[in-house]
Ligand binder design. Structure first.
Ligand SMILES: [Zn+2]
Length: 262
């Protein structure tokens, strides 16, 4: 039994980059068999955008709530309190996007760690999966998840771009890796990593509007192209795209939709 549809497990198509043609973009993705997308929040300003897209596309758009590490500043505790309150206002399908980023700004790293820790605790309390962003801090993020893992944490290291060793540690923690457009880039070693690890812990994502797969690199990314990513992985691993999709969609359902029985 093959899974015909894709799940884009990490996409920001609620952003203003899509305001002019969101309906057409969603239709293109549905035509490409993308049945569901997960929308990680960024900061206080994006809450209304995530909510609006969930309202406009029920059964397609599933929001998450959280504070992106690049948005952690002096006032992060106030922001976290307000974000946490959102969980009492409506159903979200994950805590995200959370994590650690030493690439863009290192000034608030201590605050980032605290925000990450608190949000991992929310996930445990609320029984929700996490969508984790790491940049130049994968090791630290794995260590923090490891410290807090008591069997209740599940989720995805989104846009995974690290080593086999890190991939194995993530799998050992019962977590998944998110594979996006970067896998198609010539400099990426991700296919080598996937050959080693297999797809047992992999889920597909676009991270739209960023990181478009080849041949669309440099253009605005969109959820339809999760199918391009799946096809690339299938060719590189000498599998059928249906098999790649079947495995990754099962993994995605297990992580994000088990609680709603889909
Ligand atoms: Zn993201």
């Amino acid at each position: 039994m093959q899974t015909r549809f894709f799940i884009d497990t990490h996409t920001h198509t609620y952003l203003e980059e899509f305001d002019a043609d969101r309906a057409a973009m969603v239709k293109r993705s549905v035509d490409a068999n993308v049945a569901k997308v997960l929308l990680p929040n960024i900061d206080l300003d994006s809450i209304a955008q995530v909510n609006r897209m969930m309202d406009e596309y029920p059964d397609y758009a599933y929001g998450m709530m959280g504070l992106h590490p690049c948005s952690v500043k002096e006032n992060y505790q106030e922001v976290l309190n307000e974000l946490y309150r959102q969980f009492s206002l409506r159903n979200y399908y994950g805590v995200g996007e959370i994590g650690l980023d030493l690439y863009w700004d290192t000034r608030f790293f201590e605050q980032q760690k605290d925000a990450f820790r608190q949000q991992l605790q929310w996930a445990k309390e609320l029984g929700l999966p996490v969508s984790i962003h790491t940049r130049e801090a994968t090791e630290q993020a794995i260590d923090m998840v490891s410290d807090l893992q008591d069997g209740r944490l599940k989720g995805v290291f989104h846009c995974f771009g690290s080593t086999v060793e890190h991939g194995k540690k993530i799998a050992d923690l019962g977590m998944n890796i998110g594979i996006g457009g970067v896998v198609t880039y010539k400099k990426s070693n991700l296919i080598e990593v996937l050959k080693e690890l297999g797809l047992n812990n992999a889920v597909l994502e676009t991270d739209a509007p960023y990181l478009s797969p080849i041949p669309y690199r440099g253009k605005r990314n969109e959820s339809a192209w999760v199918s391009v990513i799946a096809q690339f992985i299938a060719d590189a691993l000498e599998m059928s795209v249906d098999d790649v999709n079947h495995i990754c969609t099962q993994n995605s359902k297990e992580v994000f939709f088990r609680s709603i029985g889909e």
